[in-house]
Design a protein around this ligand. Structure first.
Ligand code: IPE
Ligand code: IPE
Ligand code: MG
Length: 245
């Protein structure tokens, strides 16, 4: 069993996933793209379950990018409906499994009904502590960085902070991800080998894992494979191999 091959003492603290390939999954079956998004929900459930079982503390899922607003309106509407439905279905499970729910991204662009429900789920799960599940919604890393620059320049202008005190920690503390640790492992499904504007700052030293599996086909054993690959790498952070041994 592949599960036994995982070193339980070297579990990544933070896994981020670019859940890609829903459209192609549907197309292969002669179905509409929407069916792929619907099928992707099962993968989300399985992966969350798996993170809880493995004791992974942080899971961040890329669900909708700033660039995805350029998709056909009908697909965007479907994704929003699916999101609302999923949140309603899962709220109980989040609490049952001690999962804290968060979001990153420019939420104000989402329909009001969804913003309200997101806030409800966040507030009703805020004291949970087993896993922090963060959904990236209307998220773009460049947009996030632009917001940090704006916020910091206002603070400098108003003498709240001096520009000479701006360092990496200050920038970190102004990102949407301010309370999350760095990403250890970034997974992208569907065979594309690109980052698509996801967590550019936060993945500076992440291990990257690309798989051809389409997101609706991604299951627990695929996550185990990614973790085993991660565990077989030497993270040197600029040092020599001898230094980190
Ligand atoms: C990922 O699947 C889901 C979202 C981006 C919302 P896609 O919809 O991008 O699927 P492909 O890449 O077209 O196969
Ligand atoms: C990235 O997938 C965004 C999400 C998974 C939410 P896309 O399918 O939008 O990425 P590109 O455009 O192919 O790079
Ligand atoms: Mg895609």
């Amino acid at each position: 069993m592949i599960f036994e091959k995982i070193d339980k003492n070297n579990i990544p603290q933070h896994i981020a996933v670019i859940m890609d390939g829903n459209g192609r999954w549907a197309k292969k079956r002669g179905m509409r793209r929407e069916s792929g998004h619907r099928a992707g929900r099962k993968s989300v459930k399985k992966i969350i379950e798996s993170c809880v079982e493995l004791g992974i503390k942080n899971l961040t899922l890329y669900a909708f990018s700033t660039e995805n607003w350029n998709r056909p309106k009908i697909e965007i509407n479907f994704l929003m409906q699916l999101l609302l439905l999923s949140l309603k279905d899962e709220l109980k499970n989040l609490n049952k499994n001690n999962i804290k729910f968060k979001t990153i991204g420019d939420l104000y662009q989402l329909p009001k009904k969804i913003i309200n429900y997101l806030e409800k789920v966040k507030s009703e799960t805020k004291d949970n502590s087993k896993l922090t599940l963060t959904l990236a919604l209307s998220y773009g890393s460049r947009n996030e960085i632009v917001n940090v620059v704006k916020e910091l320049s206002d603070k400098v202008k108003n003498n709240i902070i001096s520009s000479k005190n701006i360092d990496e920690t200050v920038i970190n503390d102004h990102l949407y991800t301010r309370n999350l640790p760095d990403v250890d492992l970034l997974i992208r499904t569907s065979g594309e080998k690109r980052i698509s504007n996801f967590l550019l700052w936060q993945i500076a030293y992440s291990e990257l894992y690309f798989t051809k599996k389409l997101w609706p086909d991604f299951r627990k054993k695929d996550l185990y494979k990614a973790i085993i690959s991660y565990q077989n790498r030497e993270r040197r952070f600029g040092k020599t191999s001898e230094q980190v041994k």
